[in-house]
Ligand binder design. Structure first.
Ligand code: SAM
Ligand code: DTB
Ligand code: SF4
Length: 331
């Protein structure tokens, strides 16, 4: 693949705003062109997501159905047994996934027996020749190193929103805590998966500002999940308006142009999108999705694996195999 556009780490807010605001079809065309320079545009990475510890989280993230303080009615689940998790990973691989992501509703990782069990899970999934990803909250450098040694490939830790808007959404930690964890992940030699959510009530400028932070990192995150808020009953944001599909497309396209080598993941919100709408997201440069065998993301609904495979087939797309999934890594 030709690499015509160079990677940049010195974007200005004005430049990203101008990209985000291009006439819609021009923006999509430009993003699709960049996508084709850097990636096989008919391949979509399937990352299977499993909630290994659900609910009861002490944080107050206003979007999240797993925060203990909101009455969301979800079933709290302690850390799953290692064998159960490994059985899910095996199934994910059979279903065409090249990446398996384990999520825990923790504020931060603690150095206890639960973390030892996560380490065993990482080793087990890595042995299946799947890219292993975890999202476990804040991490120290030492913990990141332990995960790396166990075979972890990527760590997901989202910025969620702009630095300015952060305090409106979460009060129990700071934007800087997020950056610090991402630094620790980088220092351990893990790849970074970091993106955010739209539909939290943020301005267009906040969205740009979040993308700017990601795009001006010394190394771009290798994957950038773009989530549309999944509105969970009982959370402070339950009555937010549904995210406009063209806002999602603009966000994906801007991420694709600003971070051309990265995987851009169409994440939460797909259940409320038609196949046609998701098609536009792929056209705008998205090249990865989350699936879950239980037709959920973590606690909210998601399309089923067979529906997703059918959608990819309808769109002339195919699941990415692991070799190419790891090839186009960003810097
Ligand atoms: N507890 C860890 C943390 O917060 O980093 C890991 C799991 S957390 C569920 C991972 C990410 O999922 C969040 O950072 C957020 O970006 C996304 N997320 C959570 N709830 C969401 C929702 N209702 N809609 C969209 N994205 C959501
Ligand atoms: C990410 O960016 N999106 C995923 C993953 N990282 C862990 C989570 C989305 C959660 C959506 C709402 C839920 O089901 O809890
Ligand atoms: Fe906890 Fe993560 Fe949900 Fe925030 S997003 S409440 S840290 S599980």
């Amino acid at each position: 693949m030709k690499e015509a556009t160079a990677l940049r780490h010195d974007w200005t807010k004005e430049e990203l705003m101008a990209i985000y605001n291009r006439p819609l079809l021009t923006l999509i065309y430009d993003a699709a062109s960049v996508h084709r320079e850097w990636h096989k545009a008919d391949e979509v990475q399937i990352s299977t997501l499993l909630s290994v510890k659900t609910g009861g989280c002490p944080e107050d993230c206003s979007y999240c159905g797993q925060a203990a303080r909101y009455q969301t009615g979800i079933k709290v689940q302690a850390l799953l047994p290692t064998e159960t998790v490994l059985a899910h990973a095996r199934k994910a691989k059979e279903n065409g996934a090249s990446r398996f992501c384990m999520a825990a509703a923790w504020r931060e990782v603690r150095d206890n027996s639960d973390f030892d069990r996560i380490i065993d899970m990482v080793k087990g999934v890595n042995d299946m020749d799947l890219e292993v990803c975890c999202t476990l909250g804040m991490l120290t450098e030492h913990q990141a190193n332990r995960l790396k040694e166990a075979g972890l490939y990527a760590y997901n830790h989202n910025l969620d929103t702009s630095e300015d808007y952060y305090n409106e959404i979460i009060s129990t930690r700071k934007f800087d805590n997020r950056i610090k964890t991402i630094d620790n992940v980088r220092k351990a030699g893990l790849t970074v998966c970091s993106g955010g959510i739209i539909g939290l009530g943020e301005s267009h400028m906040d969205r740009i500002s979040m993308l700017l932070t990601l795009a001006n990192m010394e190394k771009h995150p290798e994957s950038v999940p773009i989530n549309a808020l999944a509105r969970v009953k009982g959370t402070p944001l339950e009555n937010n308006p549904k995210v406009d599909i063209w806002d999602m497309v603009r966000m994906i396209a801007t991420a694709r142009i600003a971070m051309p080598a990265s995987m851009v993941r169409l994440s939460a919100g797909r259940i409320e999108m038609t196949e046609v709408e998701q098609g536009w997201c792929f056209m705008a440069g998205a090249n990865s999705i989350f699936t879950g065998e239980r037709e959920t993301l973590l606690v909210t609904p998601n399309p089923g694996v067979s529906d997703d495979l059918q959608m990819l087939q309808n769109l002339g797309l195919k699941p990415m195999v692991k070799e190419t999934a790891t090839a186009g890594t960003a810097c």
